[in-house]
Design a protein around this ligand. Structure first.
Ligand code: NAD
Length: 262
């Protein structure tokens, strides 16, 4: 699919990858780009720069996601591309025991990194089915395919997001609904800058604009999996070829990361 002429929504659009997606799809000729974010002032600044619309929305709140979809379609028409991009990273600690994050942290990560996609699909799938199709671009992470050294909450919720995206793509393919997952490693955004340096940066950190360009190209190809870092495909193959060797390799990588090598 191409964004040209489409109504596009980008969650987490006030900064980072979301901002770059909003700018990219505007540049690709979208009819309207709706920039949705918890940070309303930030969303307004991005929307103003691209002639789009801003919406304050907490993607972890089902009613707010439904209102985002309702209001967008009422004002601008059917959403052709919904970019479910907002996500959070917390609990990065290379030395902590793996289940040590609090239940509140687990719940918050689950809500924002997984349920946000469920809420978007719950409100949009019936509409897209009725009109013969639509597109979801879900920003996940290479952590959802491999693992996130130093954060079990991030790794687990991103794996769950991949699982949900697969179900969405399988269950609604016959309805004309298409899905892509965007799975970069390190991207130079506020999120990455807030984390300790780790393996997510070892293959090089991309700009958000480079990731948005990869997303746009992936949408044109309509491939489910969009990998802005090409190395991730090799790592996925290694994981499948020999799971035990891969676990051992990741444990060594954790040790190296703790020792500050990389
Ligand atoms: N930066 C990376 O290295 C990297 C790598 C792989 C995947 N990702 C994923 O990319 C996505 C975007 O990350 P980023 O690096 O641009 O992060 P970022 O923190 O730079 O930007 C995220 C944006 O989302 C907004 N946001 C956060 N919680 C929200 C909520 N509940 N509702 C609405 N908006 C909310 C923030 O206000 C912010 O504008 C996330 O899903 C993240 O997990 C990031």
């Amino acid at each position: 699919m191409k964004a040209v002429g489409e109504v596009v929504v980008v969650t987490g659009g006030a900064g980072g990858i979301g901002r770059a997606l909003a700018e990219r799809f505007h540049g690709d000729g979208a009819k309207t780009v709706v920039v949705a974010d918890l940070d309303h002032a930030g969303a307004e600044a991005v929307a103003k720069a691209i002639g789009g619309a801003a919406f304050r929305c907490d993607v972890g709140n089902e009613a707010e996601v439904a209102a985002l979809v309702d209001e967008t379609e009422r004002r601008f028409g059917p959403i052709g591309l919904f970019c479910s991009n907002a996500g959070i990273a917390a609990g990065f600690d290379l030395d902590a025991d793996v289940a040590s994050a609090s239940n509140d942290d687990w719940a918050r990560m689950w809500t924002v990194n997984v349920m946000s996609h469920v809420y978007a699909a719950r409100t949009l799938v019936p509409r897209m089915k009725a009109r013969g199709g639509g597109y979801f671009l879900i920003t996940v992470s290479a952590a959802g395919l491999l693992s996130q050294i130093g954060s079990a909450t991030y790794s687990t919720t991103k794996h769950a997001a991949v699982g949900f995206a697969e179900s969405l793509a399988i269950a609604h393919r016959a309805d004309g609904i298409r899905v892509s997952i965007l799975c970069p490693q390190g991207v130079d955004t506020a999120m990455l800058r807030s984390l300790p340096r780790g393996p997510q940066s070892f293959d090089g950190v991309l700009t958000a604009g480079e990731v948005a360009a990869a997303a746009s190209a992936g949408l044109e190809r309509e491939t489910f999996l969009i990998l802005p870092h090409a190395e991730v495909e090799t790592y996925m193959r290694r994981k499948i070829e020999n799971y035990d060797r891969w676990i051992g390799g990741m444990a060594k990588l954790l040790k190296k990361t703790r020792e500050g090598i990389g």
